[in-house]
Ligand binder design. Structure first.
Ligand code: ADP
Ligand code: MG
Length: 138
């Protein structure tokens, strides 16, 4: 793949731990460029709509509640193979299963409070970027 964009969210557990800078540095060190950044506390409506793809999953309610418990840092990362590069930096969903040196292995608390979100496909990346940064999606 060539130059891509992906959406990243530093979740409330990580902002609370004061590791925003450390996580953003990992993106930059991997060659990903921050082209948009926003810090805010999500409303239940925003979190619910953002995670609507998971509506049918048993953890949906817990996930939406958790995502509104504190500020998050939402960013658009751009670079070569950005979607896969970011997923690799993040590590597995369950921090207990995440490879050593990944963001989730180093900073996540649990399978729910797992430090970061990252788009998982080109289609979802486009939708997620449009959701938070409509001005980038003309
Ligand atoms: P990922 O974030 O690695 O793409 P998923 O898209 O499968 O993972 O799930 C979205 C988010 O839902 C996860 O990052 C995590 O916060 C939460 N989650 C996933 N599986 C579980 C689970 N079994 N129990 C609680 N929360 C979960
Ligand atoms: Mg996912």
């Amino acid at each position: 793949m060539g130059l891509e964009r992906t959406l990243s969210i530093i979740k409330p557990d990580a902002t609370k731990k004061n590791v925003i800078g450390k996580i953003l540095s990992r993106f930059e060190e991997a060659g990903l460029k921050l082209i948009a950044v926003s810090m805010k506390t999500l409303s239940p409506e925003e979190a619910g709509e953002f995670y609507a793809v998971h509506r049918a999953r048993p953890f949906y309610g817990e996930l939406v509640d958790y995502m509104t418990t504190g500020p998050v840092v939402i960013s658009v990362l751009e670079g070569h193979d950005a979607i896969a590069t970011n997923r690799k930096l993040m590590g597995a969903t369950d921090p207990k299963k995440a490879d050593k040196g990944t963001i989730r292995a180093d900073f996540a608390e649990s399978i729910n409070a797992n430090a970061v979100h990252g788009s998982d496909s080109a289609e979802n990346a486009a939708n997620e970027i449009k959701f938070f940064f409509p001005e980038l999606s003309r």
